[in-house]
Design a protein around this ligand. Structure first.
Ligand SMILES: C[S@@+](CC[C@H](N)C(=O)[O-])C[C@H]1O[C@@H](n2cnc3c(N)ncnc32)[C@H](O)[C@@H]1O
Length: 233
């Protein structure tokens, strides 16, 4: 999803963040912002300012309100059929974009070794409290802090976008013959047409946990992760 698509797709809660909040984001999130856009917004171009606040809604949520993302993710669990398919036992597992641990809590007790990569410091803190034995590292998709071929299983839930460089980095971190697993990436069709196996589960089968209705006012209808894609490295 490019910058303009992200701006169009922003959920209703985009208005909770200001241009000052945009300035608080790590530079990596601003890489896709077209040149001149921030300057225009700073000069008072209302349309550019709105696009920026919309397009960067999700990074601002993860970076600035990690507890809010945690509440959302705890309300919409991963489809149990996906969890049942994961082959975790005894494996070296790499979880990328681990968030506050919605998936990690299933990996942690079963993996032989577990490394989690997550850029948001606030989310890493929650993750560490939930999964104290995991090796949790700061990092982004495009430069994973992992040696080549470390993982037997590399998994990523509700985070990856169609991006050949990011997929290449997941492959680099995964051992030959290891497995790459994506749970509900953006645009699953993009991955399927590039040779990933796909299994779609019915999101209506997921029991949504009790939650504050304000969450839906912010992010729209809850959408529990229900797509499973995989391929061998
Ligand atoms: C929708 S959340 C999913 C979190 C977790 N995997 C889950 O299923 O609950 C997206 C996650 O991707 C992380 N993220 C965003 N941009 C990233 C990037 N460029 N590289 C790695 N992680 C990123 C966010 O910090 C956030 O934790």
């Amino acid at each position: 999803m490019d910058y303009f698509q992200a701006a169009s797709a922003a959920p209703p809660g985009w208005q909770r963040y200001s241009l000052d909040d945009v300035d608080r984001l790590p530079a990596q999130y601003l890489a896709d912002v077209p040149s001149g856009e921030r300057e225009a917004a700073g000069r008072g171009d209302a349309e550019a300012a709105e696009r920026l606040r919309r397009a960067l809604f999700w990074p601002m949520l993860y970076e600035l309100e990690p507890e809010l993302w945690d509440a959302i993710s705890q309300a919409e669990p991963i489809h149990p059929g996906i969890l049942a398919k994961l082959e975790i036992d005894g494996r070296r597992v790499l979880e990328v974009a681990a968030g506050s641990g919605r998936l990690t809590v299933y990996l942690c007790p079963r993996a032989a070794e577990l490394v989690c990569v997550e850029p948001s410091m606030g989310l890493r803190r929650i993750l560490a409290s939930r999964c104290p034995s995991a090796d949790i590292r700061a990092g982004f998709f495009h430069a994973l802090p992992i040696v080549d071929g470390w993982a037997d299983l590399t998994v990523c839930s509700a985070s990856l976008q169609p991006d050949t460089d990011a997929v290449g980095e997941l492959e680099r971190a995964t051992a030959p013959g290891g497995k790459l697993v994506l749970i509900s990436p953006d645009s699953p069709d993009w991955f399927e047409t590039r040779g990933w196996e796909r299994l779609s589960f019915d999101p209506a089968e997921v029991a949504i946990n009790p939650h504050d209705p304000e969450l839906e006012a912010i992010v729209g209808p809850l959408d529990p992760p229900h797509e499973l894609l995989w391929r061998m490295s």
